[in-house]
Design a protein around this ligand. Structure first.
Ligand SMILES: NC(=O)C1=CN([C@@H]2O[C@H](COP(=O)(O)OP(=O)(O)OC[C@H]3O[C@@H](n4cnc5c(N)ncnc54)[C@H](O)[C@@H]3O)[C@@H](O)[C@H]2O)C=CC1
Ligand SMILES: O=C(CO)COP(=O)(O)O
Length: 333
């Protein structure tokens, strides 16, 4: 039986642990709090992140990282992106030498502007063929309810991607393989920022034309960044690009979208943070995505607008006027 360690028992870590168990794996689900691990093991439910969802018996919770990591063929990382570096440095000595490290995280590191797979390679000193990414339109709550979804598992080594695909393929979860790790990671990280922008527009009461324009031009700026970083342009038309963007920008389940909606309705950043109990990666990553774009000389006007609203306190109406009054351009420029 394939043994998998999932580090992070939040919404997505827990839901994905369930997918893995349904696909026949034996899963150790790590979280920081012993009480929550005990509750999960005794009630089969993670009340803090997926209330009402019964976890398969093959998911065993633990707060001991050594126990979680033991004999893991795959080590899945599902914690907030900005905490990865420190956490992984602690876990590294515990990981089996040949484990495949799988990132579920959709963020870019602040300060370094690194993608999660780059942070993993650096901290775990792992080669590219042992690092994979899973990304796509995968709202955790829907997956936990076993509603159908597709996704992408990406690794430079296609054989490894196929192994991971087999480990998480269920009747309701359909993973496709890809070798474009860069494109999949960028798709996931930037869609959170565009989700914030669409949420802000929704909160301001703007219409569907505005929403469609933000989604489409958001994808255009994601693809521009991807081109500068060597991603495959086709990835952005796929599940980890367009697919994830559409899910986040249209679903009330999306934390990034909801966060933006609250800002657009006039809440302050502090008020919005106070009512957000789960991780909305775009809030921090809008800054690191913009940093990455600047380093590569890529213009990302929607991302810049989100940074201006979220972190520089620019009123959404003023930011909208500025965005609309940019110089006229050809669509492909
Ligand atoms: N929830 C979703 O629908 C999806 C989430 N993701 C991505 O998965 C990643 C994790 O997100 P969620 O599970 O949704 O977040 P969450 O907010 O539901 O859970 C976060 C988990 O990380 C833990 N955590 C927080 N700070 C920590 C720290 N400093 N050290 C160790 N653990 C810490 C929390 O205790 C919790 O278990 C994010 O990068 C997110 O973008 C990707 C696809 C779907
Ligand atoms: O990444 C996600 C869906 O694929 C979840 O989006 P949010 O983090 O905005 O909830």
């Amino acid at each position: 039986m394939t043994r998998v360690a999932v580090f992070g028992n939040g919404s997505w870590g827990t839901a994905f642990a369930m997918v893995l168990a349904d696909a026949g794996c034996e899963v150790a689900l790590w979280g920081r709090r012993t009480e929550l691990a005990d509750t999960i093991n005794s009630t089969r439910v993670n009340p803090d992140y997926l209330p009402g969802v019964r976890l398969p018996d093959a998911v065993q919770a633990t707060a001991d990282p050594a126990q979680a990591a033991r004999d893991a063929e795959f080590t899945v990382l599902a914690i907030p992106s900005q905490t990865l570096r420190d956490n992984l440095a602690h876990w590294r000595p515990l990981l089996p030498a040949d484990t495949v490290l799988v990132s579920l995280m959709k963020g870019i590191e602040l300060g370094t502007a690194k993608r999660m797979s780059e942070v993993i390679a650096e901290v775990a000193d792992a080669p590219e063929d042992r690092i994979a990414v899973l990304s796509g339109p995968n709202l955790a709550r829907e997956i936990a309810d076993r509603q159908p979804a597709a996704s992408v598992v990406a690794c430079r080594d296609e054989q490894v991607a196929r192994r991971l695909q087999a480990a998480c393929h269920t009747p309701y979860f359909r993973p496709y393989t890809n070798t474009d790790v860069v494109g999949c990671e960028l798709g996931g990280a930037v869609k959170n920022v565009i989700g914030l922008a669409v949420g802000i527009a929704d909160g301001m009461g703007l219409g569907d034309n505005a929403k469609a324009s933000l989604i489409t031009r958001g994808l255009a700026e994601t693809s521009r960044l991807g081109a500068a970083l060597g991603a495959d342009p086709a990835t952005f038309a796929g599940l980890a690009g367009m697919g994830d963007l559409v899910a986040t920008c249209s679903s009330p389940l999306s934390r990034n979208h909801t966060f933006g909606t609250n800002l657009g309705r006039g809440m302050t950043l502090e008020e919005t943070i106070a009512v957000t109990r789960q991780t909305a990666e775009g809030v921090k990553s809008c800054q690191s995505v913009l940093d990455l774009a600047t380093r590569h000389g890529v213009e990302m006007p929607i991302t810049e607008t989100v940074v201006n609203i979220v972190h520089l306190g620019k009123p959404p109406l003023v930011a909208l006027k500025e965005l609309m009054s940019r110089s006229a351009k050809a669509e492909g420029a």
